[in-house]
Design a protein around this ligand. Structure first.
Ligand code: C2E
Ligand code: CA
Ligand code: CA
Length: 726
């Protein structure tokens, strides 16, 4: 038995013959082979059945009664449903004419009777296979057509710009709408041009190479091409090239993807990573990078690099009193002034907070650096006008130099930082070159910072009290509580050194509360001992004032200590009360409502604006002790002191002079009718018991010779002085 290949199995064959009996053998044979065989006995029946059963192939006898085979075939070819069915003619005639007629009628083949069944089967199989292939081709063509349509649609609507290039020549055969949108050139601008000759691609030298690469590798992708659009704007694109076979021809498809915003994002992120967002100045990372470059260059040219660390003085106060918004604006304004007074080759960076670094790449001598430092400090002198506030600010600068003080950015920055702190400790608004000795100061600072954390818990803080004396009656009218830190190893540390550290650490609020409470309790204790009552003055730092909810703290302390509020005075330092903002005045008013009095400390050193004096609910002005030094020798100092005393009188405020050390000073103040004085002339700050003794005496019973106290400060040798009380 013949086996049909599986795809032909079960196919239907219609045999049209007037004497089917003649074909009995063939029918059996075909059925045995797996075909489905049907028979019709004349042409008309054949056409009818063919329409009905849709055979896969028709065997058609030529000579038949009625319509003959040719006519039958012609009819079949006219009918839609049967048109494509292959027809094989069966003919007894071996005539060429008939053969021609058979093909002309639409047959695909003919067999001559009597035929060999094997031959018949072979021909049938061939034509069925051919037919199947044909059908497949048709569906494939249909599919091809739809995918082409789909491709076209994708091509036109793609977000990517797509350019189709002739693979051989590189000429552009088509571009889609996105290319036109993206680059602003018309479609025609591109057509028939090679990629590397047409704008804007011709500006990219890699174009030609890329195309050649595409030819060998069939795929290239390039992360970033900046293309100039027709309107000269820059479009960043990613370029992806692929090669496809289309109808046997090779086509290069080049996609350009607009990544402008991605590139911008990346640039922004990179910029943000390397710059300070507020001022736009380089940050620490970029600074270190630039500094390294400058050092490399200086090493080669045998030059120096100077690193200036600039820290703004009292910036914290501005932030605390006027808010971050003003603080930020001030930093921006400062950064602008710095840029303006420096050369382009100088590097200015902001390390955060109020710290700026200026690197000078080409300096030869200390003097070169000093000139720039002077310029920088001078540039800060003019007040800054911010949001209606006139802000005066100074800066302290530390200078380190390559190669003298260090070989790399890290060491130099640390050295400049150390020098800056030293400058700050000296006088605000000054500068200092790094010296190796300064490292010791830094180490000490670090140690103190470390120890301060535990000082309060370990009871290392105590209060000393310095009398305030009436110039008229010479009796003690008040005392100022002054904080002392008795370090377990170093002994007494000056508040000038540790109070700024407490502020930096944020500990001043807690310690300040302790000061207030201890002072009040001492006042009550003296009263209970039967001493004449005097004012108790306590110092309040800016942080306590603005961040510490001071009114609440004071209220609590008054309650806890049971002190009569009229005996408590708060000393607010002038540098703290930056302006007459409502915040400042409101806090002051709240304090006044509690019944305590307020004095303005260190008057004359801070903000020159005197207008706020009128608005502040103050009781007393303390003339800063720096003026006292030059009294009575310097007329200018005298003039200032005189005008402060007059001003206070006009405003109805009491005046107290600090730092009175000599009788000449006292005489002068008496003449000028300054109400009170405080100073070593009468007494330094003393432990509570000693100060209590003085109050009990009602009058200071001794005078300390100024020379003796000159180097006393607030240290241990106070006891020695106390020992001399007679
Ligand atoms: P201040 O408030 O101006 O305190 C007066 C300072 O002048 C005291 O220094 C005092 O010992 C010193 N002094 C007094 N008489 C004379 C004199 O005749 N000649 C000289 N040259 N100095 C004199 P001290 O105790 O070292 O305090 C320094 C600063 O530390 C204070 O200056 C104040 O600003 C701060 N301070 C002290 N205790 C506290 C406190 O409890 N809280 C706060 N926030 N600050 C404090
Ligand atoms: Ca004070
Ligand atoms: Ca003072």
């Amino acid at each position: 038995m013949n086996r049909l290949s599986s795809h032909l199995h079960g196919r239907t064959i219609l045999i049209v013959d007037d004497i089917p009996a003649n074909l009995a053998v063939a029918v059996d044979y075909l059925e045995d082979s797996g075909f489905n065989v049907m028979v019709a006995q004349d042409g008309e029946e054949g056409v009818e059945r063919a329409q009905l059963v849709r055979p896969d192939l028709i065997l058609l006898d030529v000579m038949m009664p009625g319509i003959d085979g040719f006519e039958t075939c012609r009819r079949l070819k006219k009918i839609e449903s049967t048109r494509d069915i292959p027809v094989i003619f069966m003919t007894a005639l071996a005539d060429t004419k008939d053969k021609v007629a058979a093909f002309a009628a639409g047959g695909v083949d003919y067999v001559t009777k009597p035929f060999q069944v094997e031959e018949l089967l072979a021909r049938i199989t061939t034509h069925l296979t051919l037919r199947a292939a044909q059908k497949q081709l048709v569906t494939q063509n249909a599919q091809l057509h739809t995918s082409e349509v789909r491709y076209r649609r994708l091509f036109e609507t793609a977000k990517d710009g797509i350019l189709l290039l002739d693979f051989e020549t590189g000429r552009i055969t088509d571009v889609n709408a996105s290319v036109v949108d993206m680059l602003g050139y018309s479609r025609n601008h591109f057509l028939n041009q090679t990629l590397w000759e047409v704008a804007p691609f011709k500006d990219i030298p890699a174009c030609r190479i890329t195309f050649n690469e595409l030819k060998t590798r069939e795929h290239v992708s390039l992360e970033h091409w900046p293309l100039a659009a027709h309107d000269h704007s820059l479009v960043d694109v990613e370029f992806i090239g692929n090669v496809y076979n289309v109808d046997g021809a090779r086509v290069a498809q080049c996609n350009i993807r607009d990544i402008t915003s991605r590139i911008q994002d990346q640039a922004r992120i990179r910029y943000m990573a390397l710059h300070d967002t507020l001022t736009g100045l380089p940050n620490r990372i970029l600074l270190q990078d630039r500094l390294s470059q400058a050092i490399t260059l200086a090493c080669r040219n045998k030059e120096r690099v100077a690193v200036l660390m600039l820290d703004l003085d009292h910036f914290k106060h501005i932030n605390d009193s006027l808010g971050h918004h003003i603080g930020d604006s001030l930093l921006e304004a400062v950064s602008m002034r710095l840029r303006a007074c420096l050369r382009d080759s100088d590097i200015v960076a902001r390390l955060g907070g109020d710290e700026f670094v200026i690197a000078l790449p080409e300096v030869a001598t200390n003097q070169d650096s000093e000139e720039v430092v002077q310029k920088v400090l001078t540039s800060l002198l003019d007040p800054f006008e911010i949001d209606g506030h006139k802000l005066q600010i100074s800066g302290s600068i530390g200078i380190a130099q390559y190669p003298l003080d260090g070989e790399n950015p890290g060491v130099l920055l640390r050295a400049a930082d150390t020098a800056m702190y030293a400058a700050k400790a000296k006088v605000r608004g000054s500068y200092k070159f790094f010296t190796p000795e300064l490292n010791l100061a830094t180490q000490r600072r670090l140690m103190l910072v470390n120890d301060l954390h535990h000082a309060s818990a370990r009871g290392e803080f105590l209060l000393y009290y310095q009398p305030q004396i009436s110039t008229k009656t010479s009796v003690i009218t008040g005392v100022e509580a002054l904080l002392r830190w008795k370090h377990p190893h170093l002994g007494f540390i000056s508040p000038i050194e540790f109070i700024p550290l407490l502020e930096e650490l944020g500990l001043i609020i807690e310690v300040g509360r302790w000061v207030l409470k201890t002072a009040c309790l001492q006042s009550v204790a003296w009263k209970n001992e039967g001493l004449p009552q005097v004012r108790m003055a306590a110092n309040v730092s800016a942080q306590q004032f603005y961040r510490g909810d001071l009114a609440r703290t004071v209220e609590e302390v008054l309650r806890e200590s049971q002190i009569d509020p009229k005996w408590l005075e708060l000393e607010l330092t002038e540098t703290l009360t930056l302006d007459d903002s409502d915040t400042t005045i409101n806090i002051m008013l709240k304090l006044k409502q509690l019944g305590v009095s307020l004095s303005l400390d260190d008057f004359g050193t801070g903000w020159s604006s005197l207008s706020y004096l009128r608005r502040f609910p103050l009781d007393r002005i303390k003339i800063d002790r720096s003026f006292m030094r030059d009294i009575p020798s310097q007329p200018a100092a005298e003039a200032v002191v005189t005008s402060i005393i007059d001003l206070a009188r006009n405003l109805g405020l009491t005046c107290i002079a600090e730092g009175v050390e000599t009788t000449e000073q006292l005489d002068y103040l008496e003449i000028k009718k300054c109400a009170e004085i405080q100073g070593f002339l009468y007494s330094p700050a003393l432990p509570a018991s000693d100060c209590g003794e003085l109050i009990r005496l009602g009058k200071p019973a001794f005078i300390i010779v100024p020379d003796v106290i000159a180097d006393v400060g607030s240290g241990d040798n106070l006891l020695r002085i106390n020992g001399s009380i007679s």
